[in-house]
Ligand binder design. Structure first.
Ligand SMILES: [Zn+2]
Length: 223
């Protein structure tokens, strides 16, 4: 039974290079319930004695009665045989501060679990729990398309412009192209402002003077 619960023990450990000396209370209760033991202190002593052997034991495939016995204790405690745990415990984005080469030290947080059903070829369908993790690291650059990256502070500006200014994505794109996409846009755009039109509307219509915009106020808002 300890071998069946081992993946969950390792998953919940921040540093999984060594088995824990003290099991989390929920894990200890699960282990005790799976062997119908009521003496938690005794189970704890057994864990201390056998934790290295359990950690090094090859993966076992339980027979049906063992699986049922384990799930009878596990399903009511938010886990199951075959619990689908997040395949990685560290961020996979190399730009993120939570990125690591190895998964030994967990950097992902906020585990979220829910019930599911696993359909298999050889063992039919059975209930499982699944747990995902979340990264709260903030990468400095976000890849928005295969060949395009956007700096995080710029995305924050876009988001706040949408929330507080009701700016659409297309208007943000126009504003960015006109005012931010080049260095020293505030200088380069003076000629455009004098013409009374935005940079991307520097057309015959603008030049003909049909649209008037005061130079100091910048460009006419897009609609
Ligand atoms: Zn991350």
């Amino acid at each position: 039974m300890a071998c069946l619960v081992r993946p969950l023990i390792e998953f919940q450990q921040e540093d999984r290079r060594h088995p824990p000396d003290i099991l989390q209370p929920a894990i200890l209760e699960l282990l005790a319930a799976s062997i119908s033991a009521t003496n938690l202190a005794l189970v704890h002593i057994c864990w201390i004695a056998f934790k290295e052997a359990i950690g090094n034991h090859p993966e076992i495939v339980p027979i049906e009665s063992e699986l049922t016995q384990y799930n009878n204790a596990a399903l009511c405690r938010g886990t199951s045989f075959g619990h689908l745990l997040a395949p990685v415990r560290v961020c996979q984005d190399s730009y993120c501060p939570n990125y690591r080469d190895s998964g030994d030290i967990m950097t992902l947080k906020e585990p979220m679990s829910h019930k599911a059903t696993l359909h298999t070829l050889g063992n039919g369908s059975f209930p499982v729990y699944t747990t995902s993790l979340y990264c709260r690291g903030v990468p400095h650059h976000i890849q928005v398309a295969q060949h395009f990256f956007v700096e995080s502070p710029l995305l924050e500006l876009f988001a706040n412009g949408m929330v507080f200014g009701w700016l659409s994505s297309s208007n943000w794109a126009r504003m960015y192209n006109a005012a931010l996409s080049r260095m020293n846009s505030h200088i380069a755009n003076i000629k455009i402002a004098e013409l009374g039109c935005s940079k991307d509307e520097n057309t015959e219509k603008c030049r003909s003077g049909k649209r008037k915009v005061v130079a100091q106020t910048g460009t006419e808002p897009q609609r």
